[in-house]
Ligand binder design. Structure first.
Ligand code: ZN
Length: 461
């Protein structure tokens, strides 16, 4: 069994790895590159393999950096089945449709300003391509060993990262020997609200492990809750709005879950709450369809009342007109809107209306990539450009760092440490020097043989 690394090798997005076994080709993930200046070009470029030669695709989870190029793969000739968890099918259907919609809007925008002789922009893919891709998806539950090709089996286990996220175990018989490869996808931290902890994997001949936070330790859950409590107390006293750039999948539902659990302690009844993101609204509804995947605490909450994330004073604003009406509220509104890094979407309107208000609080709850508006505000800009206007930043700006969906250095090391015999490991989905530091940790603590693959690196299992 061979694995060739074609994406997220030395960076954190664009997950894509090709497994060659028993004369067949199994692709693990097919994600988009995000955040990088050449992202659009890289996502539209040829695949480093012929999509027609791929027999099967397996998806670890629904995040776009793991699934975003799947409709393109199908458009360019992939004709096999796509195996993944049922909740990932549910979420990917929502998220890929959003991607196709953004691609269409971007192309229309580009084509409005065409110079004579300039070629019109074409969207990377359309909703028809998304439909063609989702039709190929076949559900696999956690823990069920499923034969995906003659002599090749896949087992998914809960990765605790987002709803439906899975570690992927591929075992195959080749020349009378069984070899086992484990791909982590993205691993969640223990004690993530709503989700179960990442499930242990008993054994492997090779582990391909993510390393996003390979050199960092997260703040504790208790400290994070105390931080949020202090922000709401200050916002109540100051009398401004609280604006939260929201990631639609996972983080938004986690925040709503915290709101439900601390509703009285944080005096949330004194605020009007808004979830101002059509995609986050659809994903939140999807959570209600997958209660069976929750941890014991969340199952208890869902058993006591239906749709517990739908708080009594929460307004879901699916249409643009309702979103615009929020602009007339200047105090005691909590506004969660996408995108999480403020690169587009409704959050930019809310920032325009609140950044200049010294009584407002802007709360960042996730990673802000270099060059994004979110990063510029977090780094203390005094003015930002929004819709052609120069907006002074007078609001309080907070970064709440303890809500990460990824395991930190200790979490990754402990999860790996439970695998029998501490097999060789390839670190992906991490930048250097972060993943190099994790490599040092794994070699020192467990005596592991560690590879840091680059695009095109081939490893034999
Ligand atoms: Zn992810």
């Amino acid at each position: 069994m061979d694995i060739v690394f074609h994406g997220a090798a030395g960076e954190v997005t664009g997950s894509c790895h090709l497994v060659e076994v028993a004369g067949k080709r199994v692709l693990l993930d097919c994600g988009m590159v995000q955040g990088d200046r050449q992202a659009d070009e890289r996502n539209a470029a040829d695949f480093p393999f012929d999509p027609k030669t791929i027999d099967v695709l397996v998806l670890s989870h629904a995040h776009i950096d793991h699934t975003g190029r799947v409709p393109l793969l199908v458009k360019r000739g992939f004709a096999g089945p796509i195996f993944t968890h049922p909740a990932t099918i549910d979420l990917a259907t929502i998220m890929l449709a959003d991607c196709a919609n953004i691609a269409m809007i971007d192309a229309e925008h580009d084509n409005r300003h065409l110079r004579p002789g300039q070629k019109p922009s074409v969207p990377l893919y359309t909703q028809d391509d998304v439909d063609a891709a989702t039709k190929r998806m076949r559900p696999i539950e956690y823990g069920a060993s499923t034969e995906i090709l003659p002599g090749v089996r896949v087992t998914l286990r809960d990765a605790g990262h987002i709803l439906g996220s899975a570690t992927v175990e591929i075992d195959a018989d080749e020349n009378g020997v069984t070899r086992k490869l484990v791909f982590t996808g993205d691993l969640g931290p223990n004690n993530t609200p709503i989700l179960c902890d990442p499930a242990p994997v008993p054994a492997a001949d090779l582990v391909v492990m993510e390393s996003t936070y390979g050199d960092r330790l997260h703040k504790s859950r208790e400290d994070t809750i105390a931080e949020l409590a202090a922000i709401f107390a200050a916002a109540h006293k100051d009398g401004g709005n609280v604006v939260i750039p929201a990631f639609a999948v996972g983080r938004t539902q986690e925040l709503l879950y915290f709101f439900a659990g601390h509703f009285d302690a944080w005096n949330l009844g004194a605020f009007k709450l808004f979830l101002d993101s059509p995609m986050a609204i659809r994903v939140t509804a999807a959570y209600d369809r997958h209660e069976n995947l929750f941890d014991a605490e969340a199952k208890k909450l869902w058993a006591t009342r239906p749709q517990p994330l739908q708080l009594p004073n929460l307004t879901l604003t699916a249409d643009g007109e309702a979103s615009r009406r929020i602009n007339d509220i200047h105090d005691h509104a909590v506004i969660m809107a996408g995108s999480g890094m403020c690169t587009g979407g409704r959050i930019r309107h809310h920032l325009r209306h609140n950044l200049a208000n010294p009584a407002a609080h802007i709360v960042f709850v996730g990673y802000q990539a270099s060059g994004t508006l979110g990063r510029i505000i977090v780094e203390g800009a005094k003015h930002v450009r929004l819709f052609g206007d120069d907006i002074p930043v007078r609001a309080h700006v907070h970064t709440v760092g303890g809500l990460s969906a990824h395991a930190d250095k200790d979490g990754l090391s402990a999860w790996y440490g439970r695998i029998a015999g501490h097999p060789p490991v390839c670190l992906v989905h991490g930048e250097d020097p972060g993943r190099s530091k994790l490599a040092v940790e794994l070699k020192g603590k467990w005596g592991s043989k560690v590879t840091l693959p680059m695009p095109g690196t081939r490893v034999t299992v």
